[in-house]
Design a protein around this ligand. Sequence first.
Ligand code: C2E
Ligand code: CA
Ligand code: CA
Ligand code: CA
Length: 278
Amino acid sequence: AKSQQRNGHFYFSRSMGIEIRERVRMMHALRKGFLANELFVVYQPQIDLVTRRPTGAEALLRWQTSDGILISPDRFIPIAEYSGLIIEIGEWVLRGACHELVRLRAAGYLDLTMSINVSQVQFRHPLFPVMLCAALEDSKAPPEFIELEITESMAMEEPDQLIEMLAQIKQTGVSIAIDDFGTGFSSLSYLQRLQVDRLKIDRAFVTEITGSARGSSIAEMVIQLGRNLGLSVVAEGVEDERQAAVLQALGCPMAQGFLFARPLTAAALHEWLANDGL
Ligand code: C2E
Ligand code: CA
Ligand code: CA
Ligand code: CA
């Protein structure tokens, strides 16, 4: 234990070096993979908890390397953010999702919304509103059916800057959702000042919902908050009927999760919708 302690610093810096090298390696692989069309977007349906009909879909990024390995966005999005590549990749996702919405509408699904995750690195970019406008114009996607998801952690930083950015973005006609809601500590008065339209209850709170009486308290609070502020609410990560039943009883209007559908390729989404979804 003594020698470990003596060498603690050495081990620490060595492992840091490996971590940085690994990150740089992955950064290059991601850039190459992006150019080689190894990235694709899947769509997870969102449903109305009462009617169980689809209301929209969330676009989720995937990376399958040439050797067939699927890398989780939780692993490569931070690398994309760190390298700045997220600006290009994010624009590509946004454009792809807008086009997919247009295709869904052409197939007759005129009520479906398309939710798109936006990284804080993208969102903070001064040209983000310009890029958004261009993507909407080029794709002819109706902005009122497009929703951008930003995380609660992002919503908590630099309030004035965010309020200003949201105001600009809202002018394009798109909606804003706060993702992973309940994991941060944004104050209610601050939330009221933000021009957001929807709250997404984080999966962690949906998982707890059927455990104890206290387990459902955060989900309950978010649903109530949504009702009081006139915001739409979606519960994410719903995996079983018991969770769906509790959420419905609590008055949660919408849900998303493996119980209803996994994230689907564009072709599989069309098939799922054609087969009446559920
Ligand atoms: P998120 O935005 O919170 O997305 C929800 C995640 O939960 C997705 O993981 C989805 O596949 C997963 N999920 C949905 N239903 C269930 C369920 O019933 N059970 C369980 N266990 N999981 C469920 P995924 O696709 O791996 O994405 C992980 C995260 O990566 C996302 O979390 C989001 O933060 C980020 N991400 C994904 N695509 C994009 C993107 O295009 N841009 C940005 N900036 N971030 C993205
Ligand atoms: Ca999301
Ligand atoms: Ca989420
Ligand atoms: Ca998440």
